[in-house]
Write a protein that binds this ligand. Structure first.
Ligand code: BGP
Length: 470
């Protein structure tokens, strides 16, 4: 649709930016925090680990002051479960509670809306040792953790995100790190874990509505529209297969209370269907998220499966993400999109297309909780970082977002990844996303000084003008 006039961004649009606890905080064992699975995983050699990261745990006041200078209206961050409940459940660590209370208070002093992720990949290690998400006890533990969060912060936090990228955790478990020894759960186990995560999420959404009726809560998923590589009907079916299995199956459960019918048939046919106990259907039903939180980086282009092992290939530049599945889909190239230095597809129009699909499917407002470009930013001699590629990326994506708003998509806000540089999942500080540079490399010992990049000034202007002059 080409419009005569694009609609403006809404007046109270949440212009924000994001981080996650384990990638930004450091202080990995400070003030009573216990290790999470991330702390205990194998770490790629030669890259920064998560022990100090960007030291946000100790520098959050300085960082939030910088966010305020940039004009942010929202800050999306995650709470480390291991700071609040070092044993996973049971006794509350007051130091952890006080830390996040002050993070939230500091945000509010600057008029920044805290958007809080309850769980961003960092399950307490002690729970993992007792079976982690394969155990139903972890569902109870997550609910108990959520109860503490709602009791302590419920009156100050309006926007809650349950679980970050459940679909990445289940479909690409190696992407968040490899357990020591490198053995990942098999697929049947992963779908059982997925079911338990779904139950935990549904219980927590209901709890939120009961305890904090003024708050809003939603799942945070990595959503991506798929293109068939040609107009061959088999390619279209394959693209739909993967769109359902990768995206809609994960969002349908919280919204509609049950799995997507195609996914059910796939799971049954492949012997991957989880054990569903009496009462589970009731638990999943009626969780009623208030919005969908969406992480968007790329689209994918899909061809029909050849039906053999050649369907599976590593995503460009990323050995941890395997794409393609025998009898389901295979990954194809798209000549009409760009790519980052790390091989991730750049597709602003695909952003608009994905937003339209999410809107059409769920009829819920959407909050963008991640979007961004990873790049090897360089600190120049003049103490500046000229990240014009990032500005260009955001310009195009915000234009597409404005087109989506004009298409009728209801948007709550835009919190790109990331507010400041954080440890990238696999490439340490070699790959950066922030508006604010953090002076450190892969080794510890650098100054950790904060330096606004060129994109900082650009985003500040965009926010000040409410996106009118992109
Ligand atoms: C998302 C995660 C984030 C972040 C981002 C960038 O999937 O939710 O935590 O890591 O991807 O990924 P990477 O650091 O691998 O480039």
């Amino acid at each position: 649709m080409i419009y005569q006039k694009l609609l403006d961004f809404p007046e109270n649009f949440l212009w924000g930016a994001s981080t996650s606890a384990y990638q930004v905080e450091g202080g990995w064992d400070a003030d009573g925090k216990s290790p999470s699975i991330i702390d205990m995983y194998e770490h790629p050699a030669g890259y920064a680990d998560f022990t100090v990261a960007s030291d946000h745990y100790h520098r959050y006041k300085e960082d939030i002051a910088l966010f305020a200078r940039m004009g942010l209206k929202a800050y999306r961050f995650s709470i480390a479960w291991t700071r609040i409940l070092p044993r996973g459940t049971g006794e509350v660590n007051q130091a952890g509670v006080e830390h996040y209370r002050d993070v939230i208070r500091t945000c509010k002093q600057y008029g920044i809306e805290p958007v809080v992720t309850m769980y961003h990949f960092d399950l307490p290690w002690c729970l993992e040792q007792q079976g982690g998400w394969t155990s139903r006890a972890t569902i109870d533990a997550f609910e108990a953790y959520a109860r503490v969060l709602f009791a302590e912060f419920g009156s100050d936090v309006k926007y809650w995100l349950t679980i970050n990228e459940q679909n990445t955790m289940i479909l690409h478990p190696g992407a968040i790190g490899l357990p020591k020894g490198g053995v990942l759960p098999d697929r049947k186990t992963l779908y059982q874990m997925n079911h338990h995560l779904m139950l935990a999420q549904a219980r927590v959404m209901k709890l939120c509505h009961a305890l904090c009726p003024q708050a809003k809560i939603g799942p945070a998923l990595n959503l991506t529209a798929m293109y068939p590589v040609t107009c061959r009907p088999e390619d279209a079916i394959a693209a739909h297969n993967w769109e359902v299995l990768r995206c809609w199956n994960f969002a349908d459960v919280p919204v509609f209370g049950w799995y997507h019918p195609l996914a059910v048939r796939y799971l049954e046919d492949r012997g991957l269907m989880p054990d569903i106990l009496p009462g589970d259907c009731e638990t999943l039903a009626g969780a009623n998220p208030d919005f969908i939180a969406m992480n968007y980086y790329s689209t994918a282009t899909i061809a029909a499966s050849h039906g053999d092992a050649s369907d599976v290939s590593a995503r460009a530049g990323d050995q941890q993400i395997m794409l393609g599945e025998q009898g389901v889909y295979r990954a194809a190239e798209n000549p009409y999109v760009g790519k980052t230095k790390y091989g991730w597809v750049i597709d602003p129009t695909g952003f608009r297309y994905t937003l339209r699909k999410v809107c059409e499917r769920y009829h819920l407002p959407i909050l963008i909780t991640e979007n961004g470009i990873g790049a090897p930013d360089v600190l120049e001699a003049d103490d500046r970082i000229h990240d014009d590629y990032r500005i260009e990326f955001y310009k195009q994506h915000l234009h597409a977002l404005r087109e989506a708003i004009t298409d009728g998509v209801q948007m709550l806000g835009y919190c790109p990844w990331s507010a400041l540089d954080v440890v990238s999942t696999h490439q340490g500080y070699a790959k950066r996303y922030g508006f604010i540079y953090v002076d450190r490399g892969e080794e510890e010992g650098a100054s950790l000084r904060r330096i606004p990049k060129d994109s900082f000034a650009w985003y500040k202007q965009v926010i000040a003008e409410n996106g009118k002059n992109l």
